[in-house]
Design a protein around this ligand. Structure first.
Ligand code: ACK
Length: 934
């Protein structure tokens, strides 16, 4: 790379870095930036302006010349100087030019390319960027590195401090608002800062305190209180000012007096400061550095200092407690003058909450609660420290074939611990034989060797622990020697314990063997795949629905295990694994899916598991998954259903993003609706309708499945099922079902609305990464999911109808199916795209609009490539470049014919691109008025 000074098109001097080794093969030329401090950003953007020469324009370089270069980054906590190595860098992307220049352009105008790439998540204190040239003729003209923030704002009388956006492009950062002066919290005010630096989904609010009224994001009182300057004389005149010094500006008001509006005190109301802003944390092992910016409202004074409050929040406790006395604050915890603090000696792998409050000379006099900026962190592994287990105990006995060691966790675990057992076996003739065993947990056993064992125990060495061995002599109950002739005496508990271990081992072994034979992994540990669901109360739901509503009759058919040939595992569900296999029926072999109950099940689990089959067995509808039968002989428990080639609907849509026409999507929804109409007509409430519980066959036919939570209702079609506990899939569940556990067909309709949204958003997660709790409160406050990009208005309206707060107002499934049928018959009705809700976090269009305001690509805005990436259509970058669409301004003028002319043949993709263009246009018109800005 050469550093070259030249002039740009306007003959202004510019500094560039250039490389052009196009004749020689195997180029590997690196250009690295200096160390860039991260400054609290979790994701940064690199905007590169460069020119690149077209290889075709240079004779004799074919085979060696390249038209791309690579962008890399490396994070580090300090400036590493010249010691960085290529191998340490992580690749961000390969970058190609939208426009390359030819020889003819030389000396005239070289076509400038602007590319922006996101870099993150970042966690260290700084980073480097590097360009790798692999044989291109390239000049880097500029590199701009920036990050995005949501600006300070007041919403619903709560002030939100500036917030740095999250680490990845889809994350929302939750920020709590502080009530403005003279207002009180009604519901905790919160907003989310999107990756694009926009505030979304306001929840909660503050209301003006008694005697104050809301005026332009503030609470003003007829008689606003005055503050007293610390250490100054108190007022003598009620409500009147105290003059200090001689200047007319040196006015201070008596605290807690209510001056008339005519008094200078009315507007001069010194008071406590607001909370510090922009609090950021940087965790390093078990220390954290906190930095913040001064409060926006200093309370009319300049004597601000800061206090830190540290709270420790162990998971197990469920609440936070004061940090221990061992915690170290550098330089101190209170009366901090500078806006930063180091907190050390924290526990490893622990959650902490830090509150930084700003105070001034009148804070103590103010009756108002202090406002603080809050940050929550989790510490990492500690630096080396001792974490040795304490008090170990061995159990064994003469003639026993195993020995168990029990010990207590160290008092200061300093993180996650693995234990190592060292033992040697005393063989009198040959001396010592020893070996290492590493086991996790607080107890273990192993087969007894020939001679007596001398065990010793330690926490395995880790960054957190040097792992000192407990001296073997410190083992209780017989000292150093275990087993053989010198072990401690055994008691009944030991025998029971050992027996249980052996029996469990045997059962597991047996199941493993069976499993292996069938090629279906029963042994895989049970995973709680249902992370969507939130537990409600501790109470177990009563289980009375083995054969719902039809007690005594059997709807399932027993299948001989020998008729099933399992071929592969295709997934895992909550109760075990799902396999693909063949079912031998006379004259043919049917493809089937086999759900096998996980190993180690209880009788109750087995009953629950098979009850799903007995529910399914009662249904016969083309849009409900068909039960082939069950295998229940012996200890086996399997449910055999028809095989659905395309698996679950959510995953299927995610892997085929944008590839279907709206009509195909509506067809899928129609199928789900018809299946649900059938269920509701029978009086069944599904309770877990979600795209993940809908299966798709090879012809795109959707079938409702997963009846694990289904319940039958009595004859009254409006009846609701009330449950006292159990898990609820919050994002899919109607508010009344969450709040009062009243499940009904109307609550299934709500879920159907969410499935509609999932389908139109191609498997996007409803409510993105909002927490379940926030989903509940935002829905309660009237927030509804916005129309996915390109979603027809009629479909979004149907979703909104399904999400009617009053369940009686929601459409019935029969009406839903009729509406969908009508839309299918009249495709014109699907032409109008829904306008987007301004609060919806759909990054792509919002970002595009923002940048267009700045003049589009080339002026700090997004490129066409970025826009395509953001709508997951990046594969068409070249199409747009070849068509000459080099800026978003040009893209905005495109119509359907233009898009087709680029060679984009898939209808779904055309729709997605046109939908996004339409959305950008709508956004621009709504945010900046007429389109002449383009
Ligand atoms: O998305 P998938 O491939 O489709 O992953 C899940 C997995 O098993 C766990 O539920 C798949 N699956 C479940 N039932 C069936 C079935 N009847 N036919 C095909 N795949 C199924 C599901």
């Amino acid at each position: 790379w050469d550093s070259i000074n030249e002039v740009d098109e306007s003959f202004r001097p510019i500094h560039t870095y250039q490389v052009c080794n196009v004749m020689s093969p195997n180029q590997n030329n690196w250009l690295r930036t200096s160390w860039v401090p991260r400054d609290g950003a979790r994701r940064v953007y690199a905007e590169i302006k460069f020119t690149l020469r077209d290889c075709n324009s240079m004779p004799g370089v074919l085979g060696t010349c390249k038209e791309t270069f690579n962008l890399y980054y490396l994070e580090s906590d300090r400036d590493l100087g010249a010691s960085t190595q290529e191998s340490q860098f992580l690749k961000i992307d390969t970058i190609a030019a939208d426009e390359s220049f030819t020889g003819a352009d030389l000396g005239v105008r070289r076509k400038l390319n602007t590319e922006v790439r996101g870099v993150g998540p970042l966690s260290k204190r700084g980073f480097y960027l590097a360009f790798q040239d692999i044989g291109a003729c390239l000049a880097i003209l500029s590199l701009r590195i920036y990050y995005k923030k949501c600006p300070t704002m007041v919403r619903n009388l709560a002030a939100f401090s500036e917030a740095v956006t999250g680490a990845d492009s889809s994350s929302l950062v939750e920020v709590r608002g502080q009530c403005v002066r003279h207002s009180e919290e009604r519901d905790t005010p919160k907003m989310y800062c999107s990756a694009e630096g926009e505030w979304l989904v306001p929840i909660g609010k503050c209301v003006c305190s008694a005697g104050y009224e809301e005026r332009q994001d503030a609470c003003v009182g007829e008689r606003a209180p005055c503050g007293l300057a610390g250490g100054l004389r108190r007022g003598r005149l009620p409500g009147g000012p105290v003059r200090i010094g001689t200047g007319s500006d040196r006015v201070r008001c008596p605290y807690n007096k209510y001056p008339p509006p005519s008094s200078p005190c009315y507007s001069l109301r010194p008071g406590p400061p607001s909370a510090p802003v922009n609090l950021i944390s940087s965790v390093n092992g078990t220390s954290v550095t906190l930095e913040w910016a001064p409060p926006l409202d200093p309370g009319g004074r300049s004597d601000i200092t800061y206090n830190a409050v540290c709270r420790r929040c162990p998971w197990a406790l469920g609440h936070c407690e004061k940090c221990g006395s061992g915690t170290r604050f550098v330089p101190q915890q209170t009366s901090l003058v500078q806006a930063s603090l180091l907190v050390a000696n924290l526990l490893a792998h622990m959650n902490y909450s830090f509150w930084i409050e700003a105070v001034n000379g009148v804070s103590d006099l103010s009756p108002e609660p202090r406002q603080a900026a809050v940050v929550n962190i989790t510490t990492n592994q500690a630096g080396p420290a001792d974490a040795s287990p304490t008090k170990s105990q061995s159990r064994s006995g003469p003639g026993q074939t195993s020995v168990s060691l029990l010990w207590q966790e160290p008092e200061q675990p300093n993180g996650i611990i693995r234990y190592e057992i060292k033992y040697y076996e005393e063989v009198p003739a040959s001396g010592r034989r020893g070996g290492w065993r590493t086991r996790a947990g607080g107890a273990l056993g192993w087969t007894r060797p020939r001679g007596p064992l001398v065990p010793s125990l330690r926490a395995a060495p880790s960054p957190a622990s040097r792992g000192l061995f407990l001296p073997s002599g410190s083992l209780q109950g017989g000292g150093a020697r275990i087993g053989g002739f010198k072990g401690p005496r055994y008691d009944t508990r030991t025998i029971v314990w050992i027996c249980l271990t052996l029996i469990t081992g045997l059962v597991v072994l047996l199941l493993l063997l069976i499993c292996k034979k069938r090629h279906c992994g029963y042994s895989k540990a049970f995973q709680d795949s249902d992370e969507e669901k939130m537990h409600y109360q501790n109470g177990q739901e009563p289980h009375t629905y083995e054969e719902p509503g039809r007690a005594g009759r059997s709807f399932t058919r027993e299948i001989e295990a020998s008729r099933i040939h399992i071929e592969k595992i295709i997934g895992s569900g909550e109760s075990g694994e799902v396999c693909y296999g063949r079912l031998r029926v006379p004259g043919q072999q049917d493809a089937v899916a086999i759900k096998a109950l996980k190993a180690g099940y209880t009788e109750r689990q087995r009953r629950d598991f098979l009850s799903e089959a007995s529910i399914m067995g009662q249904f016969d509808h083309p849009n409900i998954i068909r039960l082939e039968g069950v295998v229940t002989r012996g200890r086996l428990a399997m449910i055999v259903t028809e095989y659905m080639e395309n698996g679950s609907l959510d995953a299927f849509l995610r892997t085929h993003d944008g590839q279907f026409t709206i009509m195909q999507l509506v067809g899928m929804l129609r199928g789900v609706g018809a299946g649900m109409r059938y269920l509701s007509d029978l009086g069944y409430v599904h309770r877990d309708l979600a795209a993940r519980n809908v299966l798709v066959d090879g012809n795109l036919v959707c079938k409702v499945s997963d009846f694990g939570l289904s319940r039958v209702l009595e004859d009254d079609p409006d009846a609701a099922y009330t449950t006292t506990g159990g898990k609820i899939p919050i994002r899919w569940t109607a508010p009344e079902a969450i709040a009062f556990r009243t499940f009904s067909s109307a609550s299934d309709v709500w879920s159907f609305g969410v499935v509609m949204w999932e389908v139109l958003a191609y498997g996007e997660r409803p409510y993105w990464n909002m927490t379940n709790r926030d989903v509940i409160s935002s829905v309660e406050e009237g927030y509804r999911l916005p129309a996915p990009m390109g979603c027809p208005r009629a479909l979004h309206q149907l979703m909104l109808d399904c999400w009617h707060k009053d369940r009686a107002q929601r459409p019935r499934f029969s009406q839903i199916v009729s509406i969908l049928d009508a839309l299918i018959r009249n495709p014109e009705s699907l032409r109008t795209t829904a306008t987007l809700c301004p609060r919806c976090p759909a990054p792509a269009f919002a970002r595009s609009c923002f940048d267009l305001r700045g003049g589009g690509a080339g002026s700090g805005g997004l490129t066409v490539g970025d826009w395509l990436d953001s709508i997951r259509m990046g594969r068409y970058r070249d199409h747009f470049a070849a068509g000459g669409y080099s800026s978003l301004g040009m893209v905005l003028r495109m119509n359907a014919q233009d898009v087709r002319a680029l060679g984009i043949t898939l209808m779904g993709h055309q729709k997605k691109i046109l939908g996004s263009i339409q959305t950008m246009r709508a956004q621009l018109t709504s945010t900046q008025g007429p389109r002449r800005h383009l």
